[in-house]
Design a protein around this ligand. Structure first.
Ligand code: ADP
Ligand code: MG
Ligand code: MG
Length: 401
């Protein structure tokens, strides 16, 4: 049995490459349509000019040219609009989602962020001490205090260990960050074990627990839609699937004893996707050797945690860590419906999405862990629901055109 404090020396691995479908909604299509309509006007204008030019080249053979019938400009315009609509109709599904390709990832020990063209090696202790300027505190958890900082005109996040007693957790988190660098995990820029510091890419939208506050800002109204929110849920389940099938083996997200705490381990990126940030409590499960996990050494309460995480011997018997049974990664599946419900929020269409996810969420809440679906099953269902709703929207928009 492995508890979260058990530490492993883990091999380094190369990161997983995964292309992600981005968001491009019908509104975008319609915006493009507007642009196209304008272009259509220019085309019509251009046609008129060409016609004028042709008119100047009157036949020189003395024969009488047929009388020129003027096409009213409005007819040309209407034709252009009709043509553009037809094109839009045919290409609508392309506009709905356009590829959002991530640039190639760097090899182990290197990073790239923002507009950086080349991969840079992780910063050393010396570089962290001399090149990073700490600005202000932006977050704090049990293990780390996080500061917005500056490195070569880049905004970066400098995490400092809060208490030496938690150094094991801090080092485990760092080891995981190093080993799991991928599109699902915050980018590691450097670290210094001697100073207990870790440098990562800064995400100004902060922890996922701030999602509602962020999406309520007027500048983000265009992304406060069921489409973006469902994509966030897909991102979240993709991260859980990645952790359960990580290059190191099956990892369990233990730092998740309530909704807010769980959300605080993930960050919202500028392009409205999710990365996991806090990997301090991520034990490795070894099913073949029967090594299950326990998240911490204290008694857990409430229905956010999976039923197998609760003390099973009733109130009469006081909690004892050594008697508490261990469990597996299905505790993460139990929590998915609550996280997704938070991510979907209460915008137009959220309840329609909830309705489509009802059956899979019911299965996630099976009392028996083995009856719960895998993260891959949940992801497949989310993806199907996304495709179904997207296709419905596309056909509705086509009808409107
Ligand atoms: P702990 O291990 O102590 O829980 P976390 O790694 O979860 O610390 O970080 C604590 C908080 O700091 C996060 O919930 C988030 O609000 C903020 N934070 C951490 N890393 C970043 C980052 N790279 N960009 C922006 N905010 C961050
Ligand atoms: Mg945390
Ligand atoms: Mg932590």
């Amino acid at each position: 049995m492995i508890t979260v404090s058990a530490r492993e020396t883990l091999p380094h691995v190369h990161t997983e490459e995964r292309e992600k479908d981005p968001l491009c909604y019908v509104e975008n299509g319609l915006a493009k349509r507007k642009k196209w309509e304008t272009m259509g006007e220019s085309v019509a204008e251009a046609q008129e000019i060409t016609e004028d030019n042709n008119m100047e080249k009157k036949p020189q053979d003395g024969r009488k040219a047929p009388p020129h019938r003027e096409v009213p400009p409005v007819v040309g315009l209407l034709l252009a609009v009709a043509l553009m609509n037809a094109l839009l109709y045919l290409c609508l599904d392309r506009f709905f989602i356009s590829p959002r390709r991530a640039p190639g990832r760097c090899p182990y020990g290197y990073f790239r962020m923002g507009q950086m063209k080349n991969c840079s090696p992780w910063l050393s202790c010396e570089e962290l001490r001399t090149e990073v300027r700490q600005l202000r505190r932006v977050g704090e958890g049990a293990v780390k205090r996080v500061f917005l900082s500056e490195w070569k005109e880049h905004k970066v996040a400098l995490s400092r260990l809060t208490s030496l007693e938690l150094k094991d957790d801090f080092l485990h988190g760092l080891q995981m960050l190093k080993s799991l660098q991928s599109q699902h995990v915050v980018t590691l820029l450097g670290y210094c074990e001697e100073d207990n510091t870790v440098l990562t890419e800064y995400h100004p939208l902060g922890a996922l627990s701030n999602l509602e506050e962020t999406l309520n800002l007027s500048k983000y109204q265009n992304v406060n839609t069921w489409q973006h929110r469902l994509q966030l849920a897909i991102d979240y389940v993709s991260i859980i699937r990645y952790l359960h099938h990580s290059p190191l083996g099956t990892l369990v997200m233990c730092d998740s004893s309530d909704l807010r705490k769980t959300l605080s381990q993930y960050l919202l990126t500028r392009n409205f996707s999710i990365v996991v940030n806090d990997l301090d409590a991520l034990p490795l499960l070894n099913r073949s050797s029967g090594a299950l996990v326990k998240c911490g050494h204290r008694e857990l309460h409430g229905d956010f945690v999976a039923p197998e995480q609760l003390w099973p011997y009733g109130e009469d018997m006081p909690f004892r860590d050594d008697l508490m049974p261990s469990y597996d990664e299905k505790i993460d599946i139990w929590k998915i419906p609550d996280i997704t419900s938070f991510l979907l929020g209460h915008v137009e269409g959220s309840d329609m999405v909830r309705f489509h996810l009802f059956d899979i969420h019911k299965a996630c809440k099976s009392q028996a862990p083995e009856e719960r679906p895998t993260a891959q099953d949940v992801l497949d269902t989310y993806q199907k629901v996304w495709n179904l709703l997207r296709d419905t929207m596309i056909s509705q928009t086509r009808e409107m055109l």
